[in-house]
Design a protein around this ligand. Structure first.
Ligand SMILES: [Zn+2]
Length: 459
């Protein structure tokens, strides 16, 4: 099977040129002007942008949390991702405290392999670290293709490890070429603020926001960087939301340590004023939405190269699930639906509004995640030999975001009525047309696990 994509404007993290792309089976075989190969199928991309399939390294599918499960599973979640131009995701396996990493891996394989429509990898969340788990960490890197380890500095008693465990984990991960990622907020401070608010009868969603002030994230981000510097381990801070945390990293990176930062589309687009609305629970997530000044700081962090990745932290819950916390903000399941619209939002809000360049757009939505997490240049690139994961994007198409048209398994959109310019039109996953004419042509099981290598030193 071969496909020839003709006359597109090919954008990568570094290049911008008019070119044709020839694909044979799963792989890009040739890139050039007026290619004369004969293909089984030709796609005319005149007037369209052509860029590498995007990678969302922060999604939660079918995730057990707060007594329920996120409403998108591997089938609905990876399909919605493909509709938006995201061909690969990295999801989180959660170790149960007191149990092994391998048992957790098995649970996640059962729910992902038969169902995934798009490609996927796993971060391994280490929630309980000891000598036995240390051995398993090495096996994950060397044998299972899982080279990134998620940690939590919050959620004590469920997910959090202490600083001693963190440092020991970093030492093992550094030795074997992996990377440690973190949810960086000061859990003890947040827990006490939540308790005080509930005691005072402050139960509305606004108090979710007020219980996680900027300092809780800034302090933990700085502490994480200091532990990385002490151990020499490369690290990655997920879902950064605010100026204080960014400045904590900006200051530490002057000593030339390897720390990468991810933010998410919501922290660039919407702010904490939404928590004052009656339906504020729709946007309850951790860390919470912040202020306008934080959005500006994050855009500048992207352009300065301090923020390398834009993900989503996709973790949808239905309105019924969100209502679990109608009398107590601490019982609202955290997260919102986002996996589908990241690329269109980053193009419309970022590129079209002059905040980032086209090359930067590809860098933060695709290439950097591939490099940091050991998938480059198989993923995140349009190059000879790369997987033919390709997005053909109409830069001028106007449309409106709505629950009525999205493909995520969630009965609301956090962006209802938001007008967007630019739409994902055709998507190829490893040489197969996954999306065209507003339809998905792949099935559950077509998505493949991506065994990841140790190339966190590429970037
Ligand atoms: Zn998350």
């Amino acid at each position: 099977m071969s496909i020839l994509i003709k006359n597109g404007r090919v954008i990568t993290a570094s290049d911008d040129c008019q070119a044709d792309i020839f694909i044979e089976n799963e792989t890009i075989r040739a890139i050039g002007k007026d290619l004369d190969m004969v293909a089984d199928e030709t796609i005319d991309a005149s007037g369209k942008l052509v860029f590498p399939g995007c990678i969302d390294p922060h999604v939660h599918l079918d995730m057990p949390f707060m007594g329920t499960y996120s409403s998108d599973d591997y089938e609905t979640g990876t399909r919605a991702a493909l509709f938006g131009g995201t061909t690969s995701v990295i999801e989180f396996i959660l170790q149960t405290q007191g149990d092994t990493l391998h048992n957790a891996l098995k649970t996640w394989q059962e729910k992902s392999i038969p169902k995934a429509v798009g490609d996927f990898g796993y971060h391994m969340a280490v929630t309980d670290f000891n000598d036995d788990v240390a051995k398993e960490v090495v096996q994950m890197i060397e044998e299972e293709g899982i080279s990134s380890f998620k940690t939590f500095m919050a959620y004590k008693g469920a997910l959090m490890i202490d600083d001693g465990q963190m440092v020991q984990l970093m030492k093992v991960v550094k030795k074997h070429g992996g990377i440690v990622t973190v949810h960086a907020t000061n859990g003890d401070m947040i827990d006490s603020l939540i308790s005080k608010n509930l005691e005072a009868g402050n139960t509305k969603p606004l108090y979710h926001y007020l219980s996680q002030p900027e300092v809780t994230e800034a302090e933990a981000s700085g502490r994480f960087c200091d532990m990385l510097n002490y151990t020499g381990c490369p690290g990655y801070i997920v879902h950064m939301t605010c100026e204080g945390a960014l400045n904590a990293v900006r200051k530490r990176t002057q000593r030339n340590q390897k720390v990468f930062v991810e933010t998410c589309t919501q922290y660039l687009m919407i702010d904490a004023s939404l928590y004052e609305q009656e339906d504020g629970a729709k946007w309850v997530m951790s860390p919470p939405l912040r202020e306008k000044k934080d959005q500006e700081a994050l855009w500048s962090g992207i352009n300065q190269g301090i923020v390398q990745v834009v993900g989503t932290d996709h973790c949808p819950f239905t309105l019924e699930q969100k209502a679990m916390g109608k009398d107590n903000f601490a019982k609202i399941p955290n997260g919102h639906p986002a996996i589908e619209h990241r690329i269109e939002f980053m193009y419309s809000e970022g590129v079209r509004k002059g905040k980032i360049s086209l090359n930067k757009f590809v860098e933060v939505c695709s290439t950097n995640a591939a490099k940091i997490f050991g998938m480059y240049p198989k993923k995140g690139a349009i190059g000879i030999g790369s997987d033919a994961d390709i997005v053909i994007f109409d830069p001028n198409k106007e449309h409106t975001i709505s629950v009525d048209t999205h493909h995520m398994n969630c009965d609301y959109s956090g962006y209802e009525g938001w007008k967007v310019t630019g739409k994902t039109e055709t998507v190829l996953l490893r040489g197969k047309v996954a999306i065209s004419n507003n339809e998905c042509h792949l099935n559950p099981g077509d998505g493949k696990f991506i065994p990841r290598g140790k190339s966190s030193m590429v970037i």
